[in-house]
Design a protein around this ligand. Sequence first.
Ligand code: FAD
Length: 292
Amino acid sequence: MLRDAFLSRLRSPGRPTVSVEFFPPKKPEEAAAMLETARALQPLGIDFASFTYGAGGSDRSTVLEYGSKLVQAGFPLIAHLTCVGHSRAELADIIAKYDDAGFAGILALRGDPPKGQTEFTAHPEGFAHALGLVDLIRRERPGRFAVGVAGFPERHPSSPDDLSDIRHLAGKVAAGADFVTTQLFLDNEDYFRFVARARAAGVSVPILPGIMPVLSLKQARRFCGFCQAKIPAALIQELEACGEDEEAQRKVGVSWAGRQIRGLLGRGVPGYHVYILNRSQSALELFAQLKS
Ligand SMILES: Cc1cc2nc3c(=O)[nH]c(=O)nc-3n(C[C@H](O)[C@H](O)[C@H](O)COP(=O)(O)OP(=O)(O)OC[C@H]3O[C@@H](n4cnc5c(N)ncnc54)[C@H](O)[C@@H]3O)c2cc1C
């Protein structure tokens, strides 16, 4: 079964599990570019792909269509699912569709408030936290999916402190999550401190570090501002040294991500997850750098 193959891969020591993240394209030309990226990455021995779920208010209908295409392209797929705007019955229906589509797993998320809203408001018949969704997946399709949840090396932006943040993570794992994928971080020490907190709270499942090769200083500031991740001074310096040269900045991003991954692998992480933003160039350069 896909789930068992996925989990035994993730838990096998000795060879790190490598995954890449795609997001649903909005236009036909974006879809073509995403599938081209998938085809380019497929021969590189990537263990699975994950596919994000549109934020509230955006078109979510393409997840099944393009997720299935990624499966056809040869990737075991972890499809994301969020609680935003969904009743429990709707979520159960989507879980059944993910089953029919042959997805290997689900990353169970709460989701962010839709554009224009600052506070997350649960659907009246839905869930206020990802924990409810983990539980629903387990009850609807026992043993069918590998279930992942999100973790935040620099803590979730709305968590008041590290302790409550990690307590809620431990709750999701106790409800049946098989693995954790982290939010992007640019300083490995944040990841290792987070893992230490999680282990101390009894979280024993694999914690996959999420790495994003930044494209430019402007893009890094936008992304990191949103998820409240720090940009190390050394990375800012390297990016600023490129001036307005965007291609040089992109290359710095690839090099930094490569150095991060080498540092993580050197300390025995179970694998790594790359936020490739549907772009092949940085991803291909990164994987080539890691092979050399
Ligand atoms: C790897 C990864 C992938 C993502 N993919 C997507 C995606 O595809 N689509 C998308 O829209 N968003 C995605 N996100 C963003 C995510 O939806 C947001 O970060 C969201 O704000 C939190 O989701 P969560 O699943 O961690 O929520 P939760 O686990 O519900 O946590 C949200 C907040 O509530 C707190 N909390 C949890 N349980 C309780 C409780 N019982 N009582 C009180 N407080 C509690 C937590 O500490 C945290 O502060 C992703 C994030 C990550 C890290």
